[in-house]
Structures are given as C-alpha cells and as structure tokens.
Write a protein that binds this ligand. Structure first.
Ligand SMILES: *Cc1c(COP(=O)(O)O)cnc(C)c1O
Length: 257
C-alpha cells in the first residue's frame, strides 16, 4: 500500500470506512496533542463529504465546520479559504473524499492542500477514496498526511450485506508514530494511539483478495486513465439524458489528465 500511495506507513487495522476515518483522525489528534496543540480541534468538511465524516470527527473530539460546494459539486475554494482563515488558530484537519461521494474529482484538490500546508501549517486529512479502480495519484505524502482507502471499494473486497470490509490508512512521516497500536500484538507506531479494532491487523485473511487483485492488475494498470476516461464518456453519453445527476464535475475529461 505504501508503494501504491507513496506514503511511509500503513495500518491495516481499520475494518470499515468509518473506522478508517476514525483511525486517521485519531492519529491527527495525537499529533496535535503531542505538540501541545490541544486547542486544534476544528475539522473542515465539504458539504459533499460522506455522512460518516462529521460523525468520525465528533467521535475523536473535534468540532466540524462545513465548507460549501460549487454548482458542479467541487469544493468552493473561496469559502474554503475564508473558513480556513477564520479558524486558522484552531484548525486541525481537512477531510476530503476523492472522488467525492457524488463521484466528482475535486479539480482544486492540489491547490486546497497547498493552501492548508503553506498558510496554516496544519494537518490535511486526505481521504483518497476510490469508488472504482484507477487514479491513485492524488495520494502522496507531499499533499495529504493521511490517505484512507476502502479495500471494499477500490480493491475488490465484497462488503455488501454487512460483510467484513477493510479501511486501511496510509500516513506520512509526520503521522507514522501515531498509527494504532494493540494491547496484545506489537503493531502500530512508537507513540501509537489505542487500538481501533479488536484484531491487530483487522480482517487480515480477506486481504488475500486485494493482494491477488493488485497482483493481477500490476503497477502500470494502477495509473490506468483510459478506463476512467471511458467511464466519464459513458456517463456523459448515456446516463445524462436518462437520469438527473446531481453533480457531474467537468465532463470533458480534462481533469483526468
Ligand atoms: C464508503 C465510505 C465510508 C463508509 O464505509 P463503511 O465501510 O460502510 O463504513 C466512509 N467514508 C467514506 C469516505 C466512504 O467513501
């Protein structure tokens, strides 16, 4: 996972998307606490965020501020900047789902991450969430500090009907020491937060599915954009006329390049 995402360390402990979010935010919270920044509790979440986002943030003791979206479903960068400025002294994290829960690839994602890192030197929480295979290039420790991936979305594990999922988190150097530990098995970072799951490595046996899937696709396929592009085109040509789609982002495929 570290190789695919470009991050330093990974915790396979979270067994669902909601648990992955929670684990990621716990590491961020631990990082701030370790630096004496206990007042950093504000988490910015775009209105397009997954419903679990605010719930996870509140569960780790953070306060949620919602950021607007534009008409195409992208984060409203102006609103984002003004909220980040307003809360800069207490800002803890930004949670972004990418592509968003509406399926929109945030065009301004790099700008958004740069703004938070340059101006507020705070933690960005990048949710690189992929509902379909492909595009992992937003992930990368130079942009986000945490990357949460649902294996039951991107890496072929079935999670329907309440079956076991996997929501691992990958982190950069900054957050690696805080990855969740476990009271029985040795795992996680040197200053690891408490376990988020009863099993130290989550539902480890189902990882074989994702492992086989990654092996079969191979490295090159993970940068496979044609499939994503044709998906966009299919969307554009077939579904748009028959269904009302709330947000589509730009439909010319430009953002895919
Ligand atoms: C799908 C999704 C979830 C929910 O995943 P569960 O495994 O059902 O908990 C949580 N967060 C994000 C960002 C998601 O895309």
């Amino acid at each position: 996972m570290c190789k695919i995402t470009g991050f330093t360390a990974c915790s396979l402990q979270p067994t669902s998307g909601a648990q992955g979010e929670y684990a990621g935010l716990l590491t961020i919270r631990a990082y701030h606490l370790d630096r004496g920044d206990q007042h950093r509790v504000i988490t910015l979440i775009p209105s397009s965020g997954h419903g679990t986002n605010p719930a996870s943030a509140v569960m780790v003791g953070m306060d949620v501020i919602v950021v607007k979206c534009d008409e195409q479903g992208n984060i409203d960068i102006e609103d984002w900047c003004s909220k980040a400025e307003q809360y800069k002294d207490t800002l803890s994290a930004l949670m972004v789902t990418y592509p968003s829960t509406h399926g929109v690839f945030e065009e301004g994602i790099r700008e958004i991450c740069e703004i938070i890192h340059q101006n507020w030197r705070s933690c960005v929480h990048g949710w690189s969430q992929h509902e379909c295979p492909g595009r992992i290039d937003f992930a990368g420790s130079d942009r986000a500090d945490v990357c949460h991936l649902n294996f039951h979305k991107t890496f072929a594990i079935p999670h329907g009907g309440g079956g076991p999922g996997m929501g691992p988190i990958c982190v950069n150097d900054k957050l690696a020491p805080y990855l969740p530990g476990h009271p029985v098995a040795t795992t996680g970072g040197s200053k690891g937060v408490y376990a988020v799951s009863a099993a130290p490595w989550g539902s480890a046996s189902i990882l074989l599915i994702s492992y086989a899937y990654i092996k079969m696709l191979g490295k090159i396929e993970w940068q496979m954009r044609p499939a994503m592009l044709s998906e966009c085109q299919l969307y554009e040509s077939k579904t748009e006329k028959s269904y009302k789609i709330l947000y589509t982002g730009k439909m010319d495929g430009q953002h895919m390049r």
